[in-house]
Design a protein around this ligand. Structure first.
Ligand code: SIN
Length: 295
């Protein structure tokens, strides 16, 4: 397998220790867990999504495991502004705050709380199961552009996390770029559900959720590939990555950095093991790999 040359990385305006980033939603609710992930080889971490009001999330069950992945319907539970007290242990480290809102002004308000405390902001315009938030507004390119513009006016690096639950993801990617985004994250989860044949009811309390894990990896690769062609800002790959080989494949599709989420559930030290397989002092310069699968 190709190995990459070690060295620090800048992607979408954020300086990171390497190309591997903890995705939003997993191990991102406390400063201690974010610090632990950074200490086990992640180049940067993204927090759990924080919104304008404290919220408990959807009624349970909130997730179920399936062959090749898991479906979650957490419902964006978060303590809102109180989360800021968690950032102490990761002060000065590469942390990206994931934020959500129901309008451009709500996005700007929530993002403003983090100014001077994090390396960048990731806009959650892509959660597939939250009424009025996430993909409910992020499928509309005009809304993507306005929310991005509103947050970008704060003067911080802005990544926009996109939903794959659209016919053409590049329309939202181009809209984020028009709004001034520094990077595009692709993809959030794929809208999905399971039904309990014993109970004759949907398994999840919210009925629908978002599928993540290895089952979505080929969808994520396709989206990264399309966005790399359509946009000129960096694309950060996300979706079902669980090995160094997956990281290289995602980078060949066009990813400048790669997020890892669901895979940490089965291996808390996955960043260390991927890092050790992926990098070598005499490895290939990463720039030679990013987007090399394009003709
Ligand atoms: C959730 O908290 O509901 C998951 C977040 C997401 O899918 O973006």
């Amino acid at each position: 397998m190709i190995r990459l040359k070690t060295g620090s990385v800048t992607a979408g305006g954020v300086q990171m220790d390497n190309h591997l980033v903890l995705a939003a939603g997993i191990l991102g609710t406390t400063g201690a867990s974010l610090a632990r992930v950074l200490s086990t080889g992640a180049g940067a971490v993204v927090t759990k999504s924080i919104g304008p009001y404290p919220h408990e999330g959807h009624p349970g069950p909130c997730f179920c495991e399936i062959k090749g992945g898991l479906i979650n319907a957490m419902g964006l539970p978060n303590p809102s502004k109180d989360f800021l007290t968690e950032l102490g242990p990761v002060n000065g480290r590469p942390v990206i705050a994931s934020v959500f809102g129901g309008s451009p002004s709500e996005f700007r308000e929530v993002a403003s709380w983090f100014k001077g405390m994090v390396s960048g902001i990731e806009l959650n315009l892509s959660c597939p199961h939250a009424e009025g938030y996430g993909a409910a507004i992020g499928v509309d390119p005009e809304m993507v552009e306005s929310c991005t513009k509103a947050v970008k006016s704060l003067g911080m690096p802005v990544w926009v996390k996109l939903t794959p639950n659209v016919t053409d993801i590049t329309r939202c990617g181009v809209a984020a770029e028009r709004g001034g985004a520094d990077g595009i994250v692709a993809i959030n989860t794929v809208k999905a559900m399971r039904i309990s044949t014993d109970l004759r009811r949907p398994v999840l309390g919210n009925r629908f959720g978002g599928l993540s894990g290895p089952a979505v990896f080929p969808i994520a690769v396709r989206c990264v590939y399309e966005l790399y062609d359509a946009c000129s800002i960096p694309v950060i790959g996300c979706g079902g990555v669980s090995s160094a080989h997956d990281v290289v494949e995602m980078m060949m599709a066009g990813a400048s950095a790669v997020q890892i989420g669901s895979a940490v559930i089965h291996d808390r030290d996955i960043f260390r093991s991927i890092y050790d397989t992926l990098y070598a002092a005499d490895g290939v310069p990463p720039d030679e790999i990013v987007g090399c699968a394009h003709g």
